[in-house]
Design a protein around this ligand. Structure first.
Ligand SMILES: [Zn+2]
Length: 286
């Protein structure tokens, strides 16, 4: 008889890494080169009302340089990464009227959906500002998750996706210690997630591109890590929770479009691993 079941990520992996970078700045080009080199995936949060006009010459020393509309679409569309909402014009959402909050989110969603030709359901709060009313507005705007600027320094799978915390910012002095703990942790029960956030212009500002290069080199290329965008992880986890189990947990039905991986334990045997295909009803026999 099955006593315990735990989600596993695609391929049976027991941990996932994802990154979240904001504002659509020129330095995302270099960041994407680094991510692609190590097979790591990220989500880029874009303000579609703040593209730099074509032909703009930035003053000497300007570090926060948003891309033009054309350069932005060209960069992200030809990449394996996710594009998500960061509001139309980057206000403090808790300082503007509720209808304007909705306008900021819907306008950004619609613009990004027109450019990227897919539903856009992710978000990061501009300046990290949110409250309960804003969360409710997001829900009504069809936003599935929204990242805050809160760091937990943990690898727990999030439960409140519209108040999504990160593991840490890339400037965290414990970054590599956390990375080391993450890859070496022996995952027995629930899977783990490392969620890193920041702005790529900060690497230019602090002249420390080596921080992200070293992090990606260390984290990349590992068989037990799922490298995914925010929405890929969100969608997979939602699919896992849609599995239908018999009461004694020996039969499982997968009503989703995802192949779902599961670790299960019985009192008598060592843990076993199974996968359930889309539409499949699987009988687990010992
Ligand atoms: Zn921002």
């Amino acid at each position: 008889m099955i006593s315990e079941i735990f989600m596993r990520f695609p391929g049976g992996r027991d941990r996932a890494l994802t990154l979240s970078y904001d504002d659509g700045v020129e330095q995302d080009i270099k960041l994407i080169e680094i991510l692609n080199k190590y097979g790591i995936k990220a989500t880029f949060n874009i303000n579609s009302g703040l593209y730099t006009p074509k032909g703009t010459v930035f003053p000497e020393g300007r570090i926060h340089r948003r891309m033009t509309h054309e350069a932005s679409v060209e960069l992200y569309k030809n990449s394996p990464h996710e594009v998500a909402v960061h509001s139309f014009s980057h206000p403090f959402l808790d300082k503007i009227p509720p209808a304007s909050v909705i306008d900021e989110i819907i306008k950004d969603r619609k613009n990004l959906e027109a450019d990227y030709e897919r539903p856009i359901r992710g978000m990061a709060y501009p300046i990290g500002a949110f409250n309960d009313a804003i969360v409710e507005s997001l829900r009504q705007c069809g936003i599935a998750y929204s990242r805050t600027v809160i760091s937990t320094k943990s690898f727990d799978i999030p439960t409140d996706w519209l108040r999504l915390p990160a593991t840490c910012h890339h400037n965290d002095p414990d970054l590599m210690k956390l990375a080391d703990n993450f890859v070496n942790y022996n995952v027995w029960g629930p899977p783990q997630m490392f969620y890193l956030w920041g702005h790529s212009y900060e690497f230019e500002e602090k002249n420390n591109w080596n921080v992200i290069e070293e992090f990606c080199e260390f984290m990349g290329g590992r068989d037990n890590v799922w490298y995914a965008t925010n929405i890929e992880i969100y969608d997979y986890i939602q699919a896992y929770y849609r599995l239908e189990w018999s009461v004694d947990m020996d039969t499982v039905y997968n009503p989703t479009a995802y192949t779902i991986f599961i670790k299960y334990c019985t009192a008598q045997h060592p843990p076993k691993y199974i996968s359930v295909k889309p539409g499949e009803t699987l009988r687990i026999t010992e």
